[in-house]
Design a protein around this ligand. Structure first.
Ligand code: ATP
Ligand code: MG
Length: 412
Protein backbone atom coordinates (compact mmCIF):
# COMPACT_ATOMS: atom_id res chain seq x y z
CA UNK A 1 0.00 0.00 0.00
CA UNK A 2 2.87 2.34 0.85
CA UNK A 3 4.46 1.85 -2.60
CA UNK A 4 1.18 2.56 -4.39
CA UNK A 5 0.74 5.68 -2.25
CA UNK A 6 4.24 6.74 -3.29
CA UNK A 7 3.46 6.16 -6.98
CA UNK A 8 0.27 8.19 -6.80
CA UNK A 9 1.75 11.13 -4.91
CA UNK A 10 5.24 11.07 -3.41
CA UNK A 11 4.93 14.53 -1.84
CA UNK A 12 1.72 13.82 0.00
CA UNK A 13 3.02 10.37 1.02
CA UNK A 14 5.91 12.03 2.78
CA UNK A 15 3.82 14.66 4.52
CA UNK A 16 2.07 11.92 6.48
CA UNK A 17 5.28 10.84 8.29
CA UNK A 18 5.25 14.30 9.94
CA UNK A 19 2.75 12.68 12.25
CA UNK A 20 5.26 10.04 13.25
CA UNK A 21 7.27 11.98 15.89
CA UNK A 22 4.27 12.86 18.11
CA UNK A 23 2.94 9.33 17.61
CA UNK A 24 6.35 7.99 18.57
CA UNK A 25 6.49 10.13 21.72
CA UNK A 26 3.07 8.94 22.83
CA UNK A 27 4.03 5.31 22.17
CA UNK A 28 7.30 5.76 24.02
CA UNK A 29 5.42 6.99 27.09
CA UNK A 30 2.92 4.16 26.81
CA UNK A 31 5.77 1.68 26.42
CA UNK A 32 7.57 2.88 29.52
CA UNK A 33 4.39 2.75 31.61
CA UNK A 34 3.66 -0.76 30.35
CA UNK A 35 7.15 -1.96 31.11
CA UNK A 36 6.98 -0.67 34.68
CA UNK A 37 3.49 -2.07 35.10
CA UNK A 38 4.56 -5.44 33.73
CA UNK A 39 7.19 -5.59 36.42
CA UNK A 40 4.82 -4.44 39.16
CA UNK A 41 2.11 -6.90 38.14
CA UNK A 42 4.57 -9.78 38.23
CA UNK A 43 5.85 -8.72 41.66
CA UNK A 44 2.31 -8.44 43.01
CA UNK A 45 1.52 -11.93 41.70
CA UNK A 46 4.65 -13.33 43.31
CA UNK A 47 3.59 -11.72 46.61
CA UNK A 48 0.22 -13.46 46.42
CA UNK A 49 1.75 -16.87 45.81
CA UNK A 50 4.36 -16.35 48.51
CA UNK A 51 1.75 -15.22 51.03
CA UNK A 52 -0.53 -18.18 50.28
CA UNK A 53 2.36 -20.59 50.57
CA UNK A 54 3.56 -19.24 53.89
CA UNK A 55 0.03 -19.01 55.33
CA UNK A 56 -0.66 -22.65 54.44
CA UNK A 57 2.57 -23.64 56.12
CA UNK A 58 1.81 -21.76 59.33
CA UNK A 59 -1.91 -22.57 59.37
CA UNK A 60 -1.81 -24.13 62.86
CA UNK A 61 -0.16 -20.97 64.20
CA UNK A 62 -2.75 -18.74 62.51
CA UNK A 63 -5.52 -20.74 64.13
CA UNK A 64 -3.85 -20.99 67.52
CA UNK A 65 -3.36 -17.23 67.66
CA UNK A 66 -6.84 -16.62 66.26
CA UNK A 67 -5.52 -14.23 63.59
CA UNK A 68 -7.52 -15.66 60.68
CA UNK A 69 -9.19 -12.28 60.08
CA UNK A 70 -5.93 -10.34 59.81
CA UNK A 71 -4.41 -12.87 57.47
CA UNK A 72 -7.55 -12.97 55.34
CA UNK A 73 -7.58 -9.19 54.89
CA UNK A 74 -3.82 -9.12 54.28
CA UNK A 75 -4.30 -11.67 51.52
CA UNK A 76 -7.33 -9.84 50.14
CA UNK A 77 -5.31 -6.60 50.04
CA UNK A 78 -2.54 -8.32 48.08
CA UNK A 79 -5.04 -9.64 45.56
CA UNK A 80 -6.70 -6.22 45.28
CA UNK A 81 -3.33 -4.60 44.63
CA UNK A 82 -2.58 -7.07 41.83
CA UNK A 83 -6.08 -6.57 40.40
CA UNK A 84 -5.72 -2.78 40.27
CA UNK A 85 -2.30 -3.00 38.64
CA UNK A 86 -3.60 -5.45 36.07
CA UNK A 87 -6.57 -3.17 35.43
CA UNK A 88 -4.20 -0.26 34.79
CA UNK A 89 -2.19 -2.43 32.43
CA UNK A 90 -5.27 -3.44 30.47
CA UNK A 91 -6.44 0.19 30.44
CA UNK A 92 -3.20 1.46 28.93
CA UNK A 93 -3.11 -1.37 26.39
CA UNK A 94 -6.66 -0.44 25.40
CA UNK A 95 -5.49 3.18 25.02
CA UNK A 96 -3.18 2.18 22.16
CA UNK A 97 -6.07 1.42 19.76
CA UNK A 98 -7.76 4.85 20.03
CA UNK A 99 -4.39 6.62 19.71
CA UNK A 100 -3.72 4.84 16.45
CA UNK A 101 -7.28 5.64 15.29
CA UNK A 102 -6.79 9.30 16.20
CA UNK A 103 -3.54 9.52 14.26
CA UNK A 104 -5.21 7.80 11.32
CA UNK A 105 -8.09 10.27 11.44
CA UNK A 106 -5.72 13.24 11.47
CA UNK A 107 -3.86 11.73 8.53
CA UNK A 108 -7.14 11.30 6.66
CA UNK A 109 -8.01 14.96 7.26
CA UNK A 110 -4.59 16.07 6.02
CA UNK A 111 -5.02 13.96 2.88
CA UNK A 112 -8.55 15.24 2.32
CA UNK A 113 -7.61 18.91 2.73
CA UNK A 114 -4.44 18.86 0.60
CA UNK A 115 -5.89 16.31 -1.82
CA UNK A 116 -9.10 18.22 -2.49
CA UNK A 117 -7.11 21.41 -3.08
CA UNK A 118 -5.11 19.53 -5.71
CA UNK A 119 -8.32 18.19 -7.27
CA UNK A 120 -9.71 21.72 -7.50
CA UNK A 121 -6.48 22.88 -9.14
CA UNK A 122 -6.91 20.06 -11.60
CA UNK A 123 -3.51 18.67 -10.63
CA UNK A 124 -5.08 15.42 -9.59
CA UNK A 125 -8.15 13.46 -10.62
CA UNK A 126 -10.86 12.61 -8.03
CA UNK A 127 -10.26 8.88 -8.66
CA UNK A 128 -6.56 9.26 -7.82
CA UNK A 129 -7.48 11.15 -4.72
CA UNK A 130 -9.96 8.42 -3.71
CA UNK A 131 -7.42 5.65 -4.39
CA UNK A 132 -4.87 7.49 -2.26
CA UNK A 133 -7.29 7.78 0.63
CA UNK A 134 -8.24 4.11 0.30
CA UNK A 135 -4.65 2.89 0.39
CA UNK A 136 -3.82 5.20 3.27
CA UNK A 137 -6.74 3.64 5.15
CA UNK A 138 -5.34 0.19 4.37
CA UNK A 139 -2.15 1.19 6.13
CA UNK A 140 -3.83 1.96 9.46
CA UNK A 141 -4.54 -1.66 10.34
CA UNK A 142 -0.92 -2.95 10.16
CA UNK A 143 0.27 0.19 11.98
CA UNK A 144 -2.38 -0.47 14.65
CA UNK A 145 -1.36 -4.08 15.16
CA UNK A 146 2.28 -3.02 15.14
CA UNK A 147 1.52 -0.61 17.98
CA UNK A 148 -0.39 -3.34 19.80
CA UNK A 149 2.53 -5.75 19.44
CA UNK A 150 4.82 -3.02 20.71
CA UNK A 151 2.63 -2.69 23.83
CA UNK A 152 2.69 -6.43 24.47
CA UNK A 153 6.41 -6.46 23.88
CA UNK A 154 6.91 -3.79 26.54
CA UNK A 155 4.82 -5.74 29.09
CA UNK A 156 6.87 -8.85 28.33
CA UNK A 157 10.04 -6.81 28.73
CA UNK A 158 8.97 -5.72 32.23
CA UNK A 159 8.19 -9.31 33.14
CA UNK A 160 11.45 -10.47 31.63
CA UNK A 161 13.42 -8.14 33.91
CA UNK A 162 12.32 -10.31 36.84
CA UNK A 163 13.09 -13.54 35.03
CA UNK A 164 16.51 -12.19 34.13
CA UNK A 165 17.22 -11.69 37.82
CA UNK A 166 16.49 -15.39 38.35
CA UNK A 167 18.57 -16.50 35.38
CA UNK A 168 21.41 -14.25 36.49
CA UNK A 169 21.77 -16.25 39.71
CA UNK A 170 24.92 -18.21 39.49
CA UNK A 171 24.76 -21.93 40.20
CA UNK A 172 26.37 -23.12 43.40
CA UNK A 173 30.12 -23.26 42.79
CA UNK A 174 32.01 -26.47 43.33
CA UNK A 175 30.30 -28.98 41.03
CA UNK A 176 33.09 -28.51 38.51
CA UNK A 177 36.00 -29.08 40.91
CA UNK A 178 38.43 -31.71 39.79
CA UNK A 179 39.55 -32.88 43.19
CA UNK A 180 37.63 -36.05 44.06
CA UNK A 181 37.46 -37.87 47.35
CA UNK A 182 36.25 -41.40 48.03
CA UNK A 183 36.09 -41.71 51.80
CA UNK A 184 37.61 -39.11 54.10
CA UNK A 185 39.56 -39.93 57.24
CA UNK A 186 37.67 -37.16 58.92
CA UNK A 187 40.19 -34.50 59.94
CA UNK A 188 38.47 -31.13 59.85
CA UNK A 189 40.34 -27.88 60.33
CA UNK A 190 38.74 -24.48 60.59
CA UNK A 191 41.51 -22.09 59.83
CA UNK A 192 41.10 -18.39 60.76
CA UNK A 193 37.61 -18.29 59.34
CA UNK A 194 35.55 -15.09 59.25
CA UNK A 195 32.02 -15.12 57.98
CA UNK A 196 28.96 -12.88 57.81
CA UNK A 197 25.68 -13.59 56.04
CA UNK A 198 25.27 -11.09 53.18
CA UNK A 199 24.40 -7.67 54.59
CA UNK A 200 24.53 -8.87 58.21
CA UNK A 201 27.04 -8.39 61.03
CA UNK A 202 29.86 -10.92 61.36
CA UNK A 203 28.96 -14.28 62.91
CA UNK A 204 32.47 -15.75 63.03
CA UNK A 205 35.63 -13.66 63.23
CA UNK A 206 39.04 -15.24 62.77
CA UNK A 207 37.85 -18.50 64.32
CA UNK A 208 40.06 -21.59 64.35
CA UNK A 209 39.45 -25.15 65.45
CA UNK A 210 41.11 -28.44 64.58
CA UNK A 211 39.15 -31.66 64.87
CA UNK A 212 41.10 -34.92 64.71
CA UNK A 213 39.81 -37.98 62.84
CA UNK A 214 37.64 -40.07 65.14
CA UNK A 215 37.19 -37.26 67.63
CA UNK A 216 33.81 -36.39 69.09
CA UNK A 217 33.31 -32.66 69.57
CA UNK A 218 30.38 -31.12 71.39
CA UNK A 219 29.60 -27.52 70.45
CA UNK A 220 27.60 -25.38 72.83
CA UNK A 221 26.93 -21.67 73.05
CA UNK A 222 24.10 -19.19 73.20
CA UNK A 223 21.24 -19.20 70.73
CA UNK A 224 22.17 -17.30 67.60
CA UNK A 225 25.91 -17.38 68.33
CA UNK A 226 26.81 -19.25 65.12
CA UNK A 227 26.82 -23.01 65.78
CA UNK A 228 24.57 -23.91 62.84
CA UNK A 229 26.41 -21.33 60.76
CA UNK A 230 29.66 -23.21 61.34
CA UNK A 231 27.94 -26.37 60.06
CA UNK A 232 26.68 -24.43 57.02
CA UNK A 233 30.28 -23.52 56.28
CA UNK A 234 31.63 -27.05 56.78
CA UNK A 235 28.99 -28.45 54.43
CA UNK A 236 29.73 -25.56 52.10
CA UNK A 237 26.24 -24.20 51.96
CA UNK A 238 28.09 -20.92 52.45
CA UNK A 239 31.71 -19.99 51.91
CA UNK A 240 33.95 -18.24 54.44
CA UNK A 241 34.68 -14.58 53.72
CA UNK A 242 38.19 -15.13 55.01
CA UNK A 243 40.23 -18.15 56.06
CA UNK A 244 39.57 -21.69 54.94
CA UNK A 245 38.18 -25.00 56.03
CA UNK A 246 40.02 -28.20 55.21
CA UNK A 247 39.03 -31.83 55.18
CA UNK A 248 41.99 -34.21 55.51
CA UNK A 249 44.19 -31.23 54.74
CA UNK A 250 42.43 -30.29 51.47
CA UNK A 251 40.64 -26.95 51.21
CA UNK A 252 36.98 -27.93 50.87
CA UNK A 253 36.48 -25.30 48.18
CA UNK A 254 38.82 -27.37 45.98
CA UNK A 255 36.70 -30.49 46.40
CA UNK A 256 33.89 -31.60 44.17
CA UNK A 257 31.04 -30.41 46.36
CA UNK A 258 28.94 -33.59 46.16
CA UNK A 259 31.96 -35.68 47.09
CA UNK A 260 32.46 -33.41 50.08
CA UNK A 261 28.86 -33.67 51.26
CA UNK A 262 28.79 -37.44 50.83
CA UNK A 263 31.28 -37.61 53.72
CA UNK A 264 28.70 -36.35 56.18
CA UNK A 265 25.75 -37.82 58.01
CA UNK A 266 24.02 -34.56 58.80
CA UNK A 267 20.97 -34.12 60.97
CA UNK A 268 19.77 -30.53 60.60
CA UNK A 269 18.34 -28.59 63.51
CA UNK A 270 14.94 -28.70 61.84
CA UNK A 271 14.31 -32.25 60.61
CA UNK A 272 13.34 -32.14 56.95
CA UNK A 273 11.40 -35.14 55.72
CA UNK A 274 10.33 -35.86 52.18
CA UNK A 275 6.94 -37.02 50.96
CA UNK A 276 7.05 -40.76 50.65
CA UNK A 277 7.38 -43.78 52.87
CA UNK A 278 9.40 -44.08 56.04
CA UNK A 279 11.76 -46.48 54.27
CA UNK A 280 12.33 -43.96 51.47
CA UNK A 281 13.06 -41.27 54.02
CA UNK A 282 15.64 -43.36 55.82
CA UNK A 283 17.31 -44.71 52.67
CA UNK A 284 17.15 -41.20 51.23
CA UNK A 285 18.28 -41.17 47.61
CA UNK A 286 19.32 -44.83 47.67
CA UNK A 287 17.45 -46.55 44.83
CA UNK A 288 17.72 -50.15 46.01
CA UNK A 289 18.29 -50.19 49.76
CA UNK A 290 18.85 -53.27 51.88
CA UNK A 291 15.88 -53.55 54.27
CA UNK A 292 18.17 -54.92 56.98
CA UNK A 293 20.34 -51.80 56.77
CA UNK A 294 17.25 -49.60 57.08
CA UNK A 295 16.13 -51.51 60.13
CA UNK A 296 19.58 -51.28 61.67
CA UNK A 297 19.71 -47.50 61.20
CA UNK A 298 16.18 -47.15 62.56
CA UNK A 299 17.06 -49.22 65.63
CA UNK A 300 20.17 -47.14 66.33
CA UNK A 301 18.16 -43.93 66.01
CA UNK A 302 15.54 -45.28 68.43
CA UNK A 303 12.97 -45.07 65.64
CA UNK A 304 12.32 -48.79 65.19
CA UNK A 305 9.94 -49.08 68.12
CA UNK A 306 7.42 -46.59 66.77
CA UNK A 307 7.87 -47.69 63.15
CA UNK A 308 7.05 -51.27 64.09
CA UNK A 309 3.84 -50.15 65.74
CA UNK A 310 2.60 -48.43 62.57
CA UNK A 311 0.14 -50.57 60.60
CA UNK A 312 2.29 -50.61 57.47
CA UNK A 313 5.67 -50.38 59.20
CA UNK A 314 8.47 -49.07 56.99
CA UNK A 315 6.07 -48.73 54.06
CA UNK A 316 3.95 -46.17 55.93
CA UNK A 317 3.57 -42.94 53.99
CA UNK A 318 4.28 -39.76 55.92
CA UNK A 319 3.21 -36.17 55.45
CA UNK A 320 -0.10 -34.99 54.00
CA UNK A 321 -2.32 -37.96 53.27
CA UNK A 322 -0.10 -40.20 55.36
CA UNK A 323 0.73 -40.58 59.01
CA UNK A 324 1.51 -37.45 60.96
CA UNK A 325 4.60 -37.86 63.08
CA UNK A 326 5.42 -36.20 66.36
CA UNK A 327 8.39 -33.85 66.63
CA UNK A 328 10.53 -36.45 68.38
CA UNK A 329 9.55 -39.11 65.84
CA UNK A 330 10.52 -36.86 62.95
CA UNK A 331 13.84 -36.23 64.64
CA UNK A 332 14.43 -39.95 65.08
CA UNK A 333 13.79 -40.50 61.36
CA UNK A 334 16.19 -37.72 60.43
CA UNK A 335 18.78 -39.36 62.65
CA UNK A 336 18.15 -42.80 61.11
CA UNK A 337 18.67 -41.25 57.67
CA UNK A 338 22.06 -39.88 58.69
CA UNK A 339 23.11 -43.20 60.26
CA UNK A 340 21.96 -45.20 57.22
CA UNK A 341 24.52 -43.44 55.03
CA UNK A 342 27.35 -44.84 57.10
CA UNK A 343 29.64 -41.86 56.48
CA UNK A 344 33.01 -41.11 58.10
CA UNK A 345 31.73 -37.90 59.72
CA UNK A 346 28.55 -37.15 61.61
CA UNK A 347 27.09 -33.73 62.32
CA UNK A 348 24.16 -33.70 64.70
CA UNK A 349 22.66 -30.22 65.08
CA UNK A 350 20.45 -30.55 68.16
CA UNK A 351 19.54 -33.96 66.76
CA UNK A 352 18.15 -35.29 70.03
CA UNK A 353 16.66 -32.05 71.36
CA UNK A 354 13.13 -33.46 71.13
CA UNK A 355 13.98 -36.94 72.41
CA UNK A 356 12.57 -38.01 75.75
CA UNK A 357 15.32 -38.60 78.29
CA UNK A 358 15.15 -42.40 78.06
CA UNK A 359 15.25 -42.22 74.28
CA UNK A 360 18.34 -40.03 74.37
CA UNK A 361 20.16 -42.32 76.80
CA UNK A 362 19.24 -45.36 74.70
CA UNK A 363 20.49 -43.61 71.56
CA UNK A 364 23.80 -42.70 73.15
CA UNK A 365 24.32 -46.23 74.47
CA UNK A 366 23.49 -47.95 71.20
CA UNK A 367 25.58 -45.53 69.13
CA UNK A 368 28.63 -45.34 71.38
CA UNK A 369 30.47 -48.06 69.42
CA UNK A 370 29.45 -46.72 66.05
CA UNK A 371 30.65 -43.21 66.88
CA UNK A 372 34.05 -44.04 68.41
CA UNK A 373 35.98 -44.40 65.17
CA UNK A 374 34.25 -41.55 63.35
CA UNK A 375 34.52 -37.82 63.52
CA UNK A 376 31.43 -36.47 65.25
CA UNK A 377 30.29 -32.91 65.76
CA UNK A 378 27.37 -32.71 68.16
CA UNK A 379 25.66 -29.41 68.72
CA UNK A 380 23.79 -29.79 71.95
CA UNK A 381 22.92 -28.34 75.31
CA UNK A 382 21.79 -31.64 76.81
CA UNK A 383 24.09 -33.13 79.48
CA UNK A 384 23.59 -36.71 78.25
CA UNK A 385 24.85 -35.82 74.77
CA UNK A 386 27.63 -33.63 76.15
CA UNK A 387 28.89 -36.68 78.04
CA UNK A 388 29.68 -38.35 74.68
CA UNK A 389 32.24 -35.74 73.74
CA UNK A 390 36.02 -35.93 73.87
CA UNK A 391 36.03 -32.13 74.00
CA UNK A 392 33.30 -29.67 74.80
CA UNK A 393 33.79 -26.42 72.94
CA UNK A 394 31.88 -23.26 73.55
CA UNK A 395 31.21 -20.95 70.63
CA UNK A 396 31.65 -17.30 71.66
CA UNK A 397 31.88 -14.05 69.70
CA UNK A 398 35.66 -14.32 70.14
CA UNK A 399 35.83 -17.80 68.62
CA UNK A 400 35.98 -21.29 70.07
CA UNK A 401 36.84 -21.92 73.71
CA UNK A 402 37.57 -25.42 74.94
CA UNK A 403 35.61 -25.75 78.15
CA UNK A 404 36.25 -29.41 78.87
CA UNK A 405 38.66 -32.10 77.71
CA UNK A 406 38.14 -35.84 77.99
CA UNK A 407 41.13 -36.16 80.36
CA UNK A 408 39.51 -33.71 82.75
CA UNK A 409 36.31 -35.68 82.58
CA UNK A 410 38.16 -38.92 83.28
CA UNK A 411 39.93 -37.34 86.25
CA UNK A 412 36.66 -36.31 87.89
N1 ATP B 1 20.46 -17.88 56.44
C1 ATP B 1 20.75 -16.83 57.23
N2 ATP B 1 20.78 -15.59 56.72
C2 ATP B 1 21.08 -14.52 57.49
N3 ATP B 1 21.37 -14.60 58.78
C3 ATP B 1 21.36 -15.81 59.36
C4 ATP B 1 21.03 -16.99 58.62
N4 ATP B 1 21.09 -18.04 59.45
C5 ATP B 1 21.43 -17.55 60.66
N5 ATP B 1 21.59 -16.21 60.60
C6 ATP B 1 22.03 -15.34 61.71
O1 ATP B 1 23.31 -15.74 62.08
C7 ATP B 1 23.45 -15.78 63.49
C8 ATP B 1 23.89 -17.16 63.93
O2 ATP B 1 22.85 -18.09 63.66
P1 ATP B 1 23.00 -19.65 63.90
O3 ATP B 1 21.81 -20.31 63.31
O4 ATP B 1 24.32 -20.09 63.43
O5 ATP B 1 22.93 -19.71 65.50
P2 ATP B 1 23.01 -20.99 66.43
O6 ATP B 1 24.22 -20.85 67.28
O7 ATP B 1 22.88 -22.24 65.64
O8 ATP B 1 21.73 -20.77 67.35
P3 ATP B 1 20.69 -21.83 67.97
O9 ATP B 1 21.28 -22.30 69.26
O10 ATP B 1 19.49 -21.00 68.22
O11 ATP B 1 20.48 -22.90 66.98
C9 ATP B 1 22.11 -15.36 64.06
O12 ATP B 1 22.23 -14.03 64.46
C10 ATP B 1 21.14 -15.49 62.92
O13 ATP B 1 20.20 -14.46 62.96
MG1 MG C 1 21.47 -23.63 65.45
Amino acid sequence: AFIILFIIDPVLTFTIPILIPPFFIVMKWVGRRLRVLGRQVRRAEVDIVWMAESDIEILPAIKAFAVEGEHRSRYAAAIEKARLLKLKQVGITAFIGPVVALVAAIAAIVILVTGSAQVQDGARSPSEMFAFLFYAALLTRPVGSLADTYGRFQIAKGTLARLEAVFAMRPEPGYDRKRRIERARGAIAIDAVSFAYPGRPAVLTNASLAIAPGETIALTGDNGIGKSTLVNLILRFYQPDQGRITLDGVDISDLQVQDLRRQFGYVPQRPLLAYGSIAENIAFGCPDPDPAAIEKAARLAQAWEFIERLPRGLATEIGDGGVRLSGGQRQRLALARALFRDPPIYIFDEATSMFDLDGETAFIQSCADLLTDRTVIIITHRPASLALADRIIKVTPQGFTVIEQAEEKARR
